[in-house]
Design a protein around this ligand. Sequence first.
Ligand code: MSP
Length: 512
Amino acid sequence: MSPTYYLTTPIYYVNDKPHIGHAYTTLACDVLARFKRLDGYNVMFLTGTDEHGQKVQDAAEKAGVAPQSFTDTVSQNFRDLTSAMNFSNDQFIRTTEPRHYESCRHIWNMLLEKGHIRLDKYAGWYSVRDEAFFTETELVDGKAPTGAPVEWVEEPSYFFALSEWQQPLLDYYEAHPDFIAPAGRLNEIRSFVKGGLKDLSISRTTFDWGVPVPNDDDHVMYVWLDALTNYLTALDWQNDGADYSTYWPCDLHMVGKDILRFHAVYWPAFLMASGLPLPKRVFAHGWWTNEGEKISKSIGNVIDPLALIDKYGLDQTRYFLLREVPFGRDGDFSETAMIARTNSDLANDLGNLSQRTLSLVVKNCDGIMPALPADISGDDAELLAAADGLLEKVRAEFDQQAFHEGLRLIWDVIAAANRYIDTQAPWALKKTDINRMGEVLAVIVETIRQIAILVQPVMPQSAAKLLDQLMVPDDARGFEHIAGRARLTSGIAIEKPQGVFPRYQEPEGEGA
Ligand code: MSP
């Protein structure tokens, strides 16, 4: 039986259309999901939309539409983004689905039966933008620490006994040092929990766009309890579904740094209180700025992922987002950096290498794939060893969500292949040693074959084009066909190659 891997994105609020931040979180998961599938895992990759709460209700009111039809429209934008970005999610969950209502009631009842919920009164600050409660002392200049406005709320509320989970949470972090990543974030969470946990308000009465609390219709569940439960709903946990036993506990919850607390404190506490196993890892990535500025609707500098795809290409965008910034840190988007990655890493380093090599095979070998040397030694051995060694190294980086490092390692080998082609100069060997020319070309093609297989998770379409040009059959594109476990097939005919990574040219009149 194949090993399993369950990974999730946050579910996105449907108060607005998707932007680069949403695309980024899901992209990272998509790359990992594809990587794991190629590496022999049975993967469940979940994304979706978070459709309840005051923020969404307010947005619907502002649009003058009923919440359900409003969320139908906006949720569709997120589904459209998954196809535009070529995401390979296995499910798209919506919190307005009946199965999710059932699941929320189920977790509520478990918590209630086990004595972790009591009815009381909430009096304190609430930030609709963050959908979070704050105490007076947490406010900064009268606002939430995120800068969001807060309003005073006083209402009857059910509370979850979060305070009881302070020590169990600290013990869990201690025993599972990989649970929260990157390490700096673990420290933040640890000191937050050490600072003391207060019981958490988990229901609201002043609006009604949410899952009704069982046996008390005056209350709807707090949107974060509702939202986090989606990770169980998708596995049909509420019905003891087969997916639940196959995929839970979750291998990875990918989140942005702003919502780590909900995933690394509240969620594990809900799960412990319900007697359910905890996810294995929560990774918090950083935030993008645009040309050095915070991205915000009021500044009007929101980056639309569809516009990036239009301008630079889909795989170029996917590559850039994961290569440019160390995953986990904040990063800055700039046109200059985007163009540099597109033209130098993709068009020059990988694109030209492949285009030059295959053109030589077509021109100098009658389009018949040459064979590797019978005895591999010297420079040939060095390059092939570097290519063969990549899978293990890249896997280790991707398992830590260090996508930028994994890609850097791959591009190191691409650089080595470019040095090799320049030193060996196969074009000059045509007249002096045609046999050696074939061997040199085969060593490069074999390197490109391995690289094309390895970059499939990040650039699925472009990698497929490269592999098509190399005549690699569909069933020979998994990771069991690299790392020295298989070699390129010689003696087959290939066609005249078409460039896979076009250079980005500034449109006339816009300057460089
Ligand atoms: N609905 C909640 C999540 C519930 S999960 C049980 C939510 N939704 S959100 O739509 O506001 O944000 C989703 C994700 O987008 C977060 O992971 C957040 O970090 C990410 N981003 C939003 N803006 C971003 C940037 N500028 N840069 C990178 N990611 C950012 O929170």
